[in-house]
Design a protein around this ligand. Structure first.
Ligand SMILES: Nc1ncnc2c1ncn2[C@@H]1O[C@H](COP(=O)(O)OP(=O)(O)OP(=O)(O)O)[C@@H](O)[C@H]1O
Ligand SMILES: [Mg+2]
Length: 244
């Protein structure tokens, strides 16, 4: 049975979909059979980032509505990486179990299911959270984003999530030195979530870390590899020097 990992955030645009793709790719490169599920109905990003949108004919809502067999819905991108799209338009109904029901049918075929949630606390989060057991909350280094991460973390705790971790994205060493950002300790204190990893600001993230073969020299790709190893249970120390 797959380990299910929800990728959530309070504020939008902090890098959830990017992280879902990069982590999915890192896990697949480690030999883990990985399914990335886009849970953002009407706002598919994962299949656009991974350049397979035209191949995504079915989505999880089609499966839950009985219009498609679960095993026919994901699109396989490589030996270990598959993508399941969200519906192309916003849903008018709650469909709160649609993602969970689909994931339950698919999870025996995967080691990891990564669920890319929409930002915030709405029913899109509930739909994605219902399908997951662990969560990674993404935030950038500003107070608003970290405060919002704390709110999402509390909401997920109320839903029964035990394993919550923080992914600090777009960390900029120079901005941190100028004190334009919170310190890492302040972020952990304010969010009340244990830090899993830090991903640096990296202009090459879309073209190298997410889309192309992962080059060893790309900083964000290295960061996601370390985070993927931690998700797999390896003890990989945080090395701030590697972010420079
Ligand atoms: N570490 C990074 N360095 C530089 N740019 C980044 C980084 N992470 C994400 N970005 C950029 O930030 C933008 C938003 O990323 P993304 O779409 O993944 O955010 P999101 O949280 O999924 O947004 P939404 O809330 O709308 O779903 C994209 O242009 C992406 O390339
Ligand atoms: Mg997104």
């Amino acid at each position: 049975m797959a380990k299910t990992v929800l990728i959530a955030s309070g504020k939008g645009g902090v890098g959830k979909s990017t992280s879902a793709c990069a982590l999915g790719k890192a896990l697949a490169d480690m030999g883990k059979r990985t399914l990335i599920v886009d849970c953002d109905a009407g706002m598919n990003s994962v299949n656009v980032m991974l350049r397979c949108a035209e191949r995504c004919v079915f989505n999880w809502y089609d499966v839950s509505a009985g219009q498609c067999e679960a095993e026919n819905a994901p699109v396989q991108l490589s030996e270990n990486l598959s993508v399941l799209a969200a519906p192309a338009t916003a849903l008018q109904e709650d469909a709160s179990d649609a993602v969970r029901d689909t994931v339950l049918k698919l999870q025996d075929g995967f080691d990891f299911v990564i669920l890319d949630a929409p930002a915030g606390l709405g029913r899109g989060l509930t739909r994605a959270a219902n399908a997951a057991k662990t969560a990674l909350i993404v935030a950038t280094g500003d107070r608003v984003s970290v405060q919002a991460a704390a709110t999402v973390a509390n909401t997920l705790r109320e839903k029964g999530f035990g394993e919550l971790r923080l992914l600090l994205n777009r960390y900029d060493v120079r901005a941190a030195k100028r004190r334009n950002y919170l310190t890492i300790d302040e972020m952990i204190d304010l969010s009340c979530v244990q830090l899993l990893g830090i991903v640096p600001e990296d202009k090459k993230i879309m073209y190298s870390t997410v889309t192309e073969e992962t080059p060893e020299l790309v900083r964000s790709a290295r960061a996601f590899r370390r985070i993927a190893r931690r998700i797999c249970g390896e003890d990989v120390p945080l090395k701030l020097s590697l972010l420079k």
